[in-house]
Design a protein around this ligand. Structure first.
Ligand code: KG4
Ligand code: ZN
Length: 326
């Protein structure tokens, strides 16, 4: 078995997976959304202190698995350095106490493996990662063959929802809030489509966010209509760029992962695209769209098979490490 720890942002989570069967034997997560909500976003130092309280509580429930563990996996990149630190410290302590190797896991790789929890890998697969920290199109061809086709030049997709929600006076995290009120609104405001003249595969959300700010300041529109119009344009931009990558590579498999993959309008637009371009579409179960240790554990199973171990003396925290360019 492998015990996996996730603490890259504002979710403290631990999972235990059986290596051969990939069965998830334990999974628990304590979210800090409520604590950060008053500040309208994640406060790193507060997040770190909350991890220090929550992780040992969850670990206490896993003691029965300790004799059967072969390794301890932990998210070491990318994320907030002070919160990554909490998970890595716990992994180091377990490594020393139980004499186990450590498997460092990239959080973004974890999100890709969220579609393979208790399942076999599907590859090759094109992946759209949409979270609070990232917006990327990726080529996935196995645990040691992942590269980035395109990324964002500024804000991420999820972050733009969080910022627009804040401007509209909605709580954090803003993604689900915008989605909820957008259902009652109409797409009736003409907002700019980001990078429509760019010939590359890349994303940008800061211009759209600014346009939303001006619309809010004009006091001419209902919140619901602003949310609906913003959401539609934000998704149109994803579809516009993803289509470019799909037309070029004609993938057979396509996955949408990350916290924002929970968005139902986004899923609907990609379902339409899957019919036109004839690919199989994958998403994580709703309980695994946002940060969790089950996806870290699933990725760790593949890393274990590839002997990707570290020990407590050399594991590094790499807050900014992503994927190489394709
Ligand atoms: O993957 P995740 O839990 O954390 C990061 O690794 O960043 O993603 C969180 C992000 C937040 O920005 C949140 O607002 C966004 O995902 N999100 C959504 C939805 N649910 C969560 N964005 C749009 N629509 C949603 N339904
Ligand atoms: Zn994440």
């Amino acid at each position: 078995m492998i015990l996996a720890i996730e603490s890259s942002c504002d979710d403290s989570s631990i999972a235990v997976v059986e290596i051969e069967s990939k069965k998830l034997l334990f999974h628990k997560k304590i979210s800090q959304e409520l604590e950060h909500s008053v500040y309208g976003g994640v406060v790193p130092e507060l997040a770190s202190r909350l991890h220090a309280e929550a992780l040992p509580k969850i670990l206490n429930e896993c003691k029965k698995f300790f004799p059967k563990l072969k390794a301890v996996a932990v998210t070491n990149a990318p994320g907030l350095s002070v919160t990554l630190q909490e998970g890595v410290m716990m992994a180091k302590a377990l490594s020393i106490a139980l004499d186990l190797p450590i498997i460092p896991v990239n959080h973004l790789t974890g999100h890709i493996y969220s579609v393979f929890i208790e399942k076999e890998e599907v590859k090759p697969m094109m992946v759209l990662l949409v979270s609070g920290g990232h917006t990327k199109i990726i080529n996935f061809n196995g645990i040691d063959d992942i590269c980035e086709i395109g990324t964002t030049l500024d804000d991420s997709f999820g972050e733009s929802f969080d910022k627009c929600a804040k401007m509209l006076g909605l709580p954090y995290p803003g993604g689900p809030e915008i989605e909820k009120i957008a259902k009652k609104g109409k797409v009736c405001i003409d907002l700019p489509l980001p990078l429509k003249n760019s010939s590359k595969i890349e994303f940008s959300y800061s211009g759209l966010k600014n346009a939303v700010r001006l619309v809010i300041e004009s006091n001419k529109y209902k919140k619901e209509d602003i949310a609906a119009s913003f959401q539609a344009k934000a998704i149109e931009h994803l579809v516009f760029m993803a289509k470019r990558a799909i037309k070029k590579q004609r993938p057979k498999n396509f996955a949408i992962v990350g916290g924002a993959s929970a968005n139902q309008s986004l899923r609907k637009e990609f379902e339409k695209l899957s019919l036109v371009y004839n690919f199989k579409l994958f998403y994580p179960d709703m309980k695994y769209t946002s940060d969790n240790a089950a996806m870290i554990a699933r990725a760790a199973v593949e890393l274990y098979k590839n002997n990707k171990f570290s020990d407590y003396k050399d594991i590094k925290i790499l807050p900014r490490t992503g994927f190489k360019e394709c």
